[in-house]
Design a protein around this ligand. Structure first.
Ligand SMILES: Cc1cc2nc3c(=O)[nH]c(=O)nc-3n(C[C@H](O)[C@H](O)[C@H](O)COP(=O)(O)OP(=O)(O)OC[C@H]3O[C@@H](n4cnc5c(N)ncnc54)[C@H](O)[C@@H]3O)c2cc1C
Length: 474
């Protein structure tokens, strides 16, 4: 670790701005090909995923899921199990230990392994002529990759600046859980937090303007809503926000409109989960000729280069595919292309998982996006009560929806709401990547009784009524 002034005389082959997942991926890729790299980091090393995103959220979700699994065990005859949250702070502390351990193992301990990566703590910005500055000092570098990540967006609701609110980072660090919460935003972070907190004993209301997981399949959105409501979460969709105010009791009151009628929800705590905005503010990007989108994310071409030659960007700061594996993937491409590569970013078979219970996982087109792309589609929807694994588990919440191109029968999208659907989706991803037809997927051998067998049954559902087939007869 060094200071900016020590580097004035050194010209690095590559400067990577942001020591999160994209930054590390870019720095390591370039270093492995022999480049002299400086990694500029502001804030906690490791960035969002390990510190405040994927790792803490999934750790806490697993705890809440364990509570729920025990409570729901009585669906099997002859057993009963009790479970309760005894000590939230012990849960939080155990999560923090995991975060600290993973940050150490996957980020801090890696730096000494790469002798040609210099870690430079500091805040980066650009001078108008495109010179890179770190805490005001010039940092000479032949190529630059910007990987500064994102932060929680604040929706423009009247009164939002006059009330206290939490983002996901603050929720995971609460010293005590409130009795009630209203969570604004039905995207994946809002849905994951709503179910987790309700299971921890918070009375949750989840509100959103359209419907849950709005970019996904409507059948899955409705099914997830039913699951949430069955667990006691109040779900309010299809509304427009009027305003938010403090209440006399120290909580918040959110007023909204639906179908011309005004409604109000009171809760102790307001949580915002309305998407994430790129960290570009105050970096002098536009003045330096680096174009931004309307919502201030960095625009890149399909080779991850910004509008200023020699400067690339990757990860959440590009405003698209805000998942850690896509951040790492895009950063790798940027690092290769910065030194003569010609690789193209391809997200056509990008899987995405929402870690609700059941999980919601998808890859490829939705029915609507395929139609928008001009495709004539055919679809298959298989309820989980047609999947033996789900029947044996006495848990038939969910469904599998497949979308195929009606011209050539090729699978173009798969959407799964099922226990561990996040694992099952990877088989669909392979099928899409391989360009399989629905017949080929339906004729593939899958093990009985697994959840992934549901993919085969869903593929067969295009032509057959699978309820008329004998066990494994497909
Ligand atoms: C609650 C939550 C749950 C999530 N769950 C998942 C999940 O389960 N799976 C998944 O794939 N993704 C998940 N994500 C998304 C994932 O965390 C992000 O897509 C990913 O971490 C983005 O990586 P990044 O490198 O682009 O940005 P970051 O990891 O945020 O790294 C950017 C770094 O740049 C630093 N920086 C900012 N400005 C400057 C500057 N001017 N100079 C120097 N450094 C700067 C920041 O401090 C930060 O350290 C989740 C996110 C959240 C918030």
């Amino acid at each position: 670790m060094t200071s900016p002034s020590q580097h004035n005389a050194t010209t690095f082959d590559l400067a990577v701005i942001g020591a999160g997942s994209a930054g590390f991926s870019a720095a390591i890729t370039a270093a492995q090909s022999g480049a002299k790299v400086v990694l500029v980091g502001h804030g906690l090393i490791g960035g969002t995923c390990v510190n405040v995103g994927c790792v803490p959220s999934k750790a806490l979700i697993r705890v809440a899921e364990s509570l729920h699994l025990a409570r729901s065990a009585c669906r099997f005859d002859g057993i009963s199990v009790q479970s309760q949250l005894d000590d939230w702070n012990a849960v939080r502390q155990q999560k923090n230990t995991l975060v600290d351990d993973l940050r150490q193992a996957k980020y801090e301990d890696l730096l000494p392994e790469y002798k040609n990566i210099t870690y430079l703590p500091g805040k980066a910005a650009f001078a108008v002529d495109g010179t890179l500055l770190v805490d005001g000092a010039t940092l000479p570098a032949k190529k630059i990759i910007i990987a500064t990540g994102s932060h929680a967006a604040v929706p423009s609701i009247e009164g939002i600046n006059d009330v206290a609110w939490l983002d996901s980072t603050a929720v995971f660090e609460l010293k005590a859980l409130p009795a009630s919460m209203v969570i604004v935003g039905g995207g994946y972070i809002g849905c994951e937090m709503a179910q987790m907190l309700q299971r921890f004993g918070v009375a949750v209301t989840l509100v959103c303007r359209s419907h849950l997981l709005p970019n996904g399949e409507p059948e899955i959105s409705s099914a997830l809503r039913e699951v949430f409501q069955s667990e006691g979460i109040r779900v309010e969709c299809g509304l427009s926000y009027h305003d938010v105010q403090k209440t006399d009791e120290g909580g918040v009151c959110l007023r909204f409109e639906r179908d011309g009628k005004r409604h109000a929800i009171k809760a102790q705590t307001l949580v915002l989960a309305t998407g994430r905005n790129a960290n570009t503010h105050g970096m002098g990007l536009e003045a330096a000729g680096i174009k931004l989108s309307a919502n201030k994310a960095i625009l890149v071409d399909d080779q991850m280069q910004t509008s200023r030659p020699g400067i690339y960007a990757a990860g959440d700061v590009t405003g698209r595919d805000q998942f850690v594996y896509m951040a790492a993937y895009g950063a790798k491409i940027a690092a290769k292309n910065a030194f003569g590569g010609q690789e193209v970013y391809d997200n056509a078979t990008m899987p995405a998982v929402t870690f609700t219970d059941p999980q919601v996982a998808s890859v490829g087109h939705t029915e609507a996006s395929a139609e928008r792309a001009g495709m004539r589609v055919k679809i298959s929807v298989l309820p989980l009560n047609a999947v033996p694994r789900a029947l044996a588990a006495r848990d038939t919440r969910g469904l599998i929806k497949l979308i195929a191109n009606a011209e050539n029968n090729k699978l173009v999208g798969a959407h799964i709401m099922a226990t561990e659907g996040g694992d099952t989706i990877q088989s669909a991803t392979m099928a899409l990547k391989a360009g399989m037809t629905t017949d080929e997927l339906g004729a593939t051998i899958f093990p009985y009784l697994t959840m992934v067998e549901g993919l085969k049954l869903a593929a067969q559902t295009f032509d057959k009524d699978v309820s008329k087939l004998s066990c494994c007869a497909g």
